[in-house]
Design a protein around this ligand. Sequence first.
Ligand SMILES: [Zn+2]
Length: 404
Amino acid sequence: MKCQICSSEKLHKFLSLGHQPVPDVFLTKEQLDEPEATYPLDVYFCEDCCLVQLGYAVNPELLFKEYHYNTGTNESLKRNFKALVDFAVKRFKLDNNTLAIDIGSNDGTLLSYYKEHGVKILGVDPSSVADIAIKNNIPTIKNFFNEKISEEIANKHGKAKIITATNVFAHVNRLDSFMNGVSGLLSDDGVFITESHYLLDMITKMQYDSIYHEHLRYYSLKPLMKLFERHGMEVFDAERIATHGGSIRVYACKKSTYKISKNVERITKLEGKNGLYNRKTYETYKSKVFSNKLKLQSMLLKLKKQNKRIAGIGAPAKGNTLLNYCNITPDIMEYIVETSNLKINKFTPGMHIPVVGESKLLKDNPDYAMILSWNIKDMLIPKLKQAGYKGKFIVPNPNPKIVE
Ligand SMILES: [Zn+2]
């Protein structure tokens, strides 16, 4: 096994979340009678470039063709993308002569904001969600981005002044082909902007449930700098942003094109201070994750012994990491309420907990409801109380607790 960025073999496995199914493929009633594929979910630290990564990559065709997440339904993501586009247009002087490309363009939400500025746009996305973008007149190539697609785009549309890849850069399986594609497609003064869930937040806020097969890498800035360097590029700016419980936005360009911001040194220093370049940090993290699992399990078992009823709220992909790792079966959690029609009347992968419409929670009023999208608990709890839910809440992370 080799590091996904630097090819080093000095990989240290520090966390195993067991064999888990693909987290975002919910099962039909019929599928419950069939065998279910699972894949190792083991996490490694590279002692050379400090990248945190999965050891096993599931075939991307299985992960992304039927993608059940569309950006246009998430208001905070929409605000983030609009701000990113408005900022990029101003800072990098984009106009109707420049081309902006979004990789993993999803339903075209991000690109739609460039339209308001008259910038030329093009999306690339392999999933079924791309059909929504195409329907909304956002030009989209329905495919995985790689070196070959990049050449085709450059021949047909010319080079791009801006390429964005938000919440997909950690998903890319063939990273070298992807990076060659990016550097080949960027104009000489072009900028490549990525947004990814940030390792520092994952470690300090106990977001271990963001580990699942779609996320092959858990980025800090230092290994990313190494990655760009290998492809004749460099990071010239970076900032922490709030999306997905804490993300990092990174700006890269061809070598010596833009002045390097002080933010780059500031953030790598912060990472060093927090031990992200030190193997010991990950051993400590592993013990904390395990102790969280034990606390949560004993809390739930105690409630079940008192004959309390427990439901779940929300069925995000990360919820399945938590349910599977902590072995929360349907005899502990009776059902999960959801708003997405793509998941309702199906069953969670692995644990097979039924997913039902949100109204059941209010009709049924179980004693406890565990919030699986716990990063938005401050928004969810008052909303559900106001809607009439009378039970208590269980918040599983960063420390399992009951909220009245
Ligand atoms: Zn490495």
